[in-house]
Write a protein that binds this ligand. Structure first.
Ligand code: 5GP
Length: 179
């Protein structure tokens, strides 16, 4: 049984338990196996939030694949451009590969748009997004992620890799900020 959770100064309510998440991850794995049966996939996991989702999804997958991990760092660029995002940690060659980006959550899609842009410029054979959580109502982009674990309302969530001020990433379940 999940119960209410206190993290730092906030209270969170149970949202999705470990069994519900595991079942959905299994179904996502089945979708990916069907779509990529004959292709070798390069999975690119966006740290830190996607670490737990990546681990469980990779264990559930029976596919020929490679896994790489990246971080998206925001830094202050030129005064005129403001905040610029860059990708660090990508070692694998992307050109001609079937790439699937693994995200914990897509909210407005700003982060995703930047990642998408950078990867497209490296000429992959194909490029798709797989996200555990999708705040569809907040999404401002043109192309929503192809593989989505759960569409969720616009409420702050923690657990299963996602943090509140670096706390809560280790939780096996997902919690929602209590009003
Ligand atoms: P976007 O660029 O899509 O607006 O935001 C994506 C990023 O915002 C995510 O990678 C994540 O770091 C953060 N984020 C958005 N919504 C939530 C949420 O409900 N919980 C947590 N922990 N992070 C969130």
């Amino acid at each position: 049984m999940m119960s209410e959770l206190r993290l730092l100064d906030k209270t969170f309510s149970p949202y999705l338990n470990a069994d519900e998440i595991a079942l959905r991850v299994k179904h996502l794995a089945e979708d990916l196996e069907r779509d990529y049966a004959s292709r070798k996939v390069l999975f690119v996991s966006v740290l830190n939030g996607a670490f737990m989702f990546t681990s469980d999804l990779m264990k559930a997958l029976d596919l020929s694949l490679e896994i790489s991990f990246i971080k998206v760092s925001s830094y202050e660029g030129m005064a005129s451009t403001g905040k610029v995002k860059e990708i660090i940690g990508l070692k694998n060659s992307v050109e001609g590969r079937h790439v699937i980006i693994l995200e914990d959550i897509v909210d407005t899609g700003t982060t995703l748009l930047k990642i998408d842009e950078i990867f497209k410029s490296k000429n992959p054979a194909s490029l798709e997004i797989c996200t555990l959580l999708f705040k569809k109502s907040e999404f401002k982009g043109n192309t929503p992620p192809k593989y989505v674990g759960f569409e969720i309302p616009n409420k702050f969530v923690v657990g299963y890799g996602l943090d509140y001020d670096e706390s809560g990433r280790n939780l096996s379940e997902l919690y929602q900020l209590k009003e």
